[in-house]
Unconditional design. Sequence first.
Length: 216
Amino acid sequence: MPEVKKLRIAFLLSGRGTTLANLLAKVDSGEVPAEVVRVISSRSEAGGLKIAAKAHIPSKVIRTKDFADCEAFSAAVTREMDDAGTDYAIFGGYLCYYIVPKAYRNRIINVHPALLPAFGGQGMWGEHVHTAVLESGVKVTGCTIHFVDDTYDHGPIILQKVVRVFPGDDVAKLAARVQRVERRALPEVLTWIAEERVRVQGRIVTVEPRMPKGIR
């Protein structure tokens, strides 16, 4: 495989930071050609900040309530990503609405714990998603990795992985299985992006085949 440039990643979160921890492990192992250069949290008490501190990653708390409106909040987030020299940003359990500027179109990736467009939208995160899945009676769910646009859980879909829903499942059992596939899906997508194999046309995302080593 041709040598690829490491992606400079800004990671945005609101909670425990389990997705961040998994990504850092994949980066440390050499599986993902990336470096997390900034962690941005919407909550000062988010557990993900401790993960960032342990990994010596600069972090910043940017709270919606500290700004007059969504435009001012989004601009502050954008400045922080710019200051970090961000190539791509990841929303991993990030619960804030963010207005995506033109410079970051198709450069922000969200991890959603269901098969969009089902079980998405405002308020559909974490256990709320899995509860809705179980109550609906569907037989499969999964995870979606997609680019972020200005509508909740709406941007172009990059990758989806399917998880079966079994009789007797509860939220904890289902969430654990979905999280296992999320931990595979996000590193896979970031590797594709680092290899410059991802193409976006409108809402359609395609991934070009990997070229044999030595061929460009």
